[in-house]
Every structure is written in C-alpha cells, then in structure tokens.
Design a protein around this ligand. Structure first.
Ligand SMILES: Cc1cc2nc3c(=O)[nH]c(=O)nc-3n(C[C@H](O)[C@H](O)[C@H](O)COP(=O)(O)OP(=O)(O)OC[C@H]3O[C@@H](n4cnc5c(N)ncnc54)[C@H](O)[C@@H]3O)c2cc1C
Length: 422
C-alpha cells in the first residue's frame, strides 16, 4: 500500500489534516488506535480563551502579541500571527464544508454556558449550546430521572443567580427504564440512542410539553441528537428554543463531531484504519519511507509524508515512566523538565506543568530526533508542547490550526517537487 500521506491518530488534529489533504487530491490514510479526546470533549472548540498570565481573551487576534511575549514556544507563535488568523478562518470553512454547523467567529470569543451553568469563553459552539447572556427571562432545565452525569439544580442555580429565572423539572419517560435499571448503562450516549429513535419521539414530546411550564426555552442535558433531527423536531413541537448542555463523558456532541469529520474524510477517498497502532518506521536518506503497524505486522505502509497526530498522555501520544517523558513511536525529543517534582503542582486547580509537555518542533512543525529533524515528518495537535489547553483554552485551535499548517507545508512541498498528488 502506498500513500501520499499517512496520519497517525484520528482525533481533531488528524482528521482536520486528512480532510484538507484529501480535498486537495492526496491519497491519505489515517491509522488510529482508539478513541480520541473528542469523545470526551464538550463539542465546543476553543481558540484562545486566556493568556498564560490568566488575563481573559475576548479577541484572539489582539492577544497574539502578548501570547508571543508570555509563551514564545507556543504553537501559535511558531506558526506566526498571519498563519494563525488564516488557518482559523480556514478551519471554520472546513467545518462548514463538512456539514458541521457552528456558531462563533475567530475574531471574537463567545461565552458558552457550561454543564455547571457557568460561563466559559470559546471560539465555536454547536448552535444548540446556550450562550450568555441568555435572551430569556424564564427557562426550564430538564433533569432525567436517575441520570447522574448532569446536575440540573446546579445549572438552574447558576442561571438564576445570573438573572434568568430557571426551574428544574424531571423527565421520567418509561422507555428509559431498561437503561435506568443498570446505572453503568445510564449514560448520555446510551440515552441518546433511545431518545433519537423515531418511535419514542411522541412520548418524549408529550412529557416535555407537560414539563415546560412557563419556560420560554428549555435546557436539556446533551442526551439526544447523536443521529438524526431529534432536536429540531422537539423545537418544532414545543414551539420554544431547546438547548443542550454537555454532560460528563462520553460526550454526545463530541462523538457527533468526530463521526461527521470521519465521514467527510472517507467521502473524499480517505482510508481509516481503526483499531490499529503504529509501532515504528523505516528510514531512507533522512526520510520516513514506510510505517509499520500492529495489524499489518511486517507489511510496510509506504508513504511520502507522515503526520504525527497521536495526542497527549490522554491518548498515548506521550508516555512517562518515573524518570522520563517520552514519545513512544519514534522516540522524538520531548520538552519536559528532568526534575520529576516539577512535573505537577500540588494545588489541583493550578495550571499543571505536565499539560505543556510535548514534542519539540521547528517552525515548520517538524519534530526532532536526536537533534535532527526528519524532512517528511510533521507533528500536530496535542502531541505538541508549550501550551496549556485548559488554562489557555486553546486545545481545539492548536489541533486544527497546526493540522492545516502542516497539510499546507506538505501540499506546497509536493508542488515545488512537482510530485503528482496521486
Ligand atoms: C478529556 C478531554 C476533553 C477536552 N475537551 C475539549 C473541549 O471541549 N474543547 C477544546 O477546545 N479542547 C478540548 N480538549 C483539548 C483537546 O486536546 C483538543 O481539543 C483536541 O481534541 C486534541 O486532538 P488531537 O487530535 O491532537 O489528539 P487526540 O484527540 O488525543 O487524538 C489522538 C489520536 O491518536 C491515536 N493514537 C495514539 N497513539 C497512536 C499510535 N501509536 N498509533 C495509532 N494511533 C495512535 C489515539 O488513539 C487518538 O485517536 C480536551 C482534551 C481532553 C483530554
């Protein structure tokens, strides 16, 4: 098997790169071991919500200079301001072409309502995610009886204290009893699989209509809309806006985003090898010529370019033992202090240093191996270091923008060398 580019990892970064390359006629494969961070994410995408010194960011463009001063090795700074803005705009277009509706714009963060009813600055959110300030005086927050991954009272309390009267009502819907009987099965994704069934829609609408009361809008945990048009059917039947708040993982909005991106990549001719693990590479004249995987054993997957999008510790893109932090596939250089005591802070809520560990790259996002970089290997997304996706609120932005940046380098290099795309 011979490819123009093989991508390691099918998270947000890997899929974004794969879509751009496939849209430009490249023959691409994604090898992916398992679930990605998207399966656990809110479904909202962050670009830059705060600076390292904690100052909140409203307009990411205006904050890029301060970011460069405070975090010179941040992936946005390596890429440069122009690229950040161009690829943020391109990310929005890529999502739209994939059929993923999002609200928001890279020039201005919005405040999404979190699962605790608080507000958090974000770049793009699915249209069903409520945003502050809420345009209603009264909302009804729905609790699903027996569902522990969403705290409707907390949400209602926070909304009420910010000026919107919220009351909680409980959905008991008997069709959920089979799941309810087994608490470990009573999770958002399983509930969505029941609530999205057309044959259950009438009962759901009838009960929600009774619960709505005087609410001008309804807020539900994101336990529907994995497939199909359940949400618009509810809005139509109830005649009020219906909004969804993400729950504890696994996350319906994140899984839906992953599924649509994956379908888009495949519809462009991209090949996904799920459940397979890249184990090593064959080097020829300073370039990777082939990858080896667990399932393909000694049969090499030949390729012109490789993109490492294997994620951070969460997805196994980085690993650590007692003394070292390492990148397990290629043994790439990782930015992490040697002194283990400085890896974490005792205060659980403080920014954690280990979140900023990642592979070292040059300004073209090419990682180093024993001080040298491999010409046709790029690293993107959360396997990179020098940023904190939680404190700085930039996880999705780093993933998408670095993916587009690396894909652009590959396409430009192919043009310069007049390589046929296929
Ligand atoms: C739990 C969680 C929730 C988050 N929520 C949000 C959010 O709501 N909004 C936001 O903006 N950011 C969020 N983030 C930040 C997040 O890191 C980025 O948004 C982004 O999704 C990361 O994408 P990625 O593709 O770089 O890595 P990942 O999503 O981690 O994907 C890496 C992929 O590589 C695969 N892989 C690893 N090693 C191998 C191998 N050897 N061979 C083959 N495949 C391999 C993994 O199986 C996985 O599929 C969250 C992060 C985490 C951990």
């Amino acid at each position: 098997m011979k490819f123009d580019t093989i991508i390691i990892g099918s998270g947000l970064a890997g899929l974004t790169a794969g879509i751009k390359l496939a849209e430009n006629g490249q023959r691409c494969a994604i090898v992916s071991r398992g679930q990605s961070a998207l399966h656990f994410s809110s479904g909202s995408l962050d670009l830059l919500s705060a600076l390292p010194d904690g100052s909140p960011v409203q307009e990411p463009e205006a904050a890029l200079e301060s970011l460069a001063e405070q975090a010179p090795q941040h992936p946005y700074n390596l890429m440069g301001k122009e690229s950040v803005l161009a690829f943020a705009a391109e990310s929005e277009q890529l999502l739209a072409r994939a059929g993923i509706p999002m609200t928001g714009h890279y020039r201005q963060n919005h405040l999404r309502i979190t699962p605790l009813g608080k507000q958090r600055a974000s770049w793009l959110s699915p249209p069903e995610v409520p945003q502050a300030p809420l345009p209603w005086q009264k909302v009804t927050v729905i609790n699903i009886a027996g569902f522990l991954d969403f705290q409707a009272e907390l949400v209602a309390g926070s909304l009420s204290s910010s000026g919107c009267a919220a009351h909680v009502a409980e959905l008991t819907l008997p069709v959920l009893d089979v799941l309810r009987n087994n608490p470990s099965e009573f999770r958002a994704v399983n509930i969505a699989r029941v609530l999205d069934l057309p044959e259950n829609r009438r009962a759901l609408i009838d009960e929600l209509r009774l619960l709505l009361g005087r609410g001008e809008a309804m807020i539900l945990p994101a336990c529907l809309g994995l497939e199909g048009d359940t949400l618009s059917a509810l809005e139509h039947a109830l005649n009020v806006p219906v909004k969804l708040l993400p729950t504890l993982p696994p996350s319906v909005p994140g899984m839906r985003l992953h599924a649509v991106l994956r379908r888009r990549f495949q519809s462009l001719g991209g090949l996904i090898m799920p459940g397979d693990t890249v184990t090593g590479a064959q080097l020829e004249q300073g370039c990777i010529s082939a990858l080896f995987t667990k399932n393909h054993r000694e049969v090499p997957l030949r390729t012109r370019n490789v993109i490492l999008a294997s994620g951070s510790f969460f997805s196994g893109g980085l690993e650590a033992d007692r003394q070292h932090v390492f990148e397990p596939i290629f043994g790439l250089g990782v930015e992490a202090p040697e002194e283990r005591t400085s890896w974490s802070k005792a205060d659980f809520f403080a920014p954690q240093p280990w979140l900023q560990f990642g592979v070292k790259v040059n300004a073209r996002l090419q990682p180093f191996h024993q001080g040298e970089y491999t010409k046709n290997l790029y690293a993107i997304g959360s396997v990179l270091g020098s940023f904190d996706p939680i404190q700085q609120g930039c996880g999705a932005g780093v993933s998408m923008l670095t993916a587009l940046f690396a894909a652009d380098s590959i396409l430009t290099t192919a043009e310069v060398h007049h390589e046929p795309a296929r």
